[in-house]
Design a protein around this ligand. Sequence first.
Ligand code: 13P
Length: 346
Amino acid sequence: MESGEVNPQLLSATINTLFGGGKGLLAMDESTPTCDKRFAAVGIPQTAEARRAYRELIITTPGLGRYIGGAILFDETIRQTTKEGVPFPKFLADAGIVPGIKVDEGTNDLAGHPGERITAGLDGLRERLLEYSNLGARFAKWRSVITIGDGIPTRGCLDANAQDLARYAALCQEVGLVPIVEPEILMDGDHTIELCAEVTGEMLFTVFSEIYQEGVDLEGMILKPNMVLPGLSCPIRNSIDEVADITAETLLRVVPAAVPAIAFLSGGQSGELACSHLNAMNLKFRERLPWVLSFSFARAIQHPALEIWAGEDTQVSAAQNALFHRAHCSQAARCGDYTTDMETTK
Ligand code: 13P
C-alpha cells in the first residue's frame, strides 16, 4: 500500500472490536484542567499522581471488558502506568479493551465570531498520530463545540469546525486509527428541543459534506453526537420518548447508512437519564437504524464512582462497583435491554 492509502479492513476490524457483543466506549480523556475541575468539586487533590491513581482505578475495574470495548485516554494518561508499572494501553488491551486517544488540543475563541469556539490541534497532528499509534492507540477522538445562543451558531463557525473535523478524520485513517468525529452541540442555554434538533441536523449535514470532500472513508469512522435535548434552562422538559424520537429522527435524516456506528456523548445527563434515552432509541427504532447506536459516555459512567472514591484508597473497590454498574447499564441500553429496575437491584 502506498503511504497515505487507507486500509479499510484494519479500520473495520477495530470498529467491530469496539462495538461487538453489545459494547460501547468509556471516555476517560478529560484534559488535565477538566479532570482537576472534577477533582476539586469532590475535594480530591489536583496532582498528576491523583489523576494516575484515578485512571488506574477505572481501568483495573474487574470485568470492565464485558461491557466496554474501548477507552479514550488523554495525552498524560496514555503515558502513565499502573502501580506495578504496566503501561495503561497495555493493561487495557490485555483486558480486551481497545485503547484510544483524544487528539484535539481543546478549544479557543473563533476570531471574528464572538461567543463561538474553534478546536485546536491540526498543526503537527500527523506526527502526533504516529506517536499515539506507537503507544498502542487504535482509535482517536476530536471534539468540536457548538453553542446555541443569540444569533449563534453562525454558518462560519459550523463550516470551520466541520472542515477541521473532516481533516482530522482523514489524517487518522491515513495511519490506521479509527477517527471518532465529535461535533457537540452544548446543552447550555434556554433553547427548545426543536432548536437543538435544527442545529444538530445542520451541523451534521455540514460535517458529512466536508467528510465527502476530504475523502474520508465513511465505513471507517465513528460519529459521536449529542443527544437532542432542550437547553438546561429551557422551561419545557421533554419526556424520554420525545427525546428518543427527535434524536433518532434527526440522525436518520443526515447520517449516511455507510457509517457503522454512532456513540453518544452524555453531555452532563445523569447516568440513568442517558441510559433511558439510549435504550428508548434502540427499542423504538430497532427496525430502522442502519448503524449501531451505542455510547461513549464520560460523566454518565464515571460520575458516581468519582464521588465514592473521593481520593480514598479504602474506597477503590466500592468506586469500581459503581463504575461497573454504570457500564453494565449503558451496555444494556445500547441493546434495548435497560430498565430502571437495574438501578435498584444492583
Ligand atoms: P460526557 O459523556 O461527559 O459528555 O463526555 C463525553 C466526551 O468525551 C466529551 O468530549
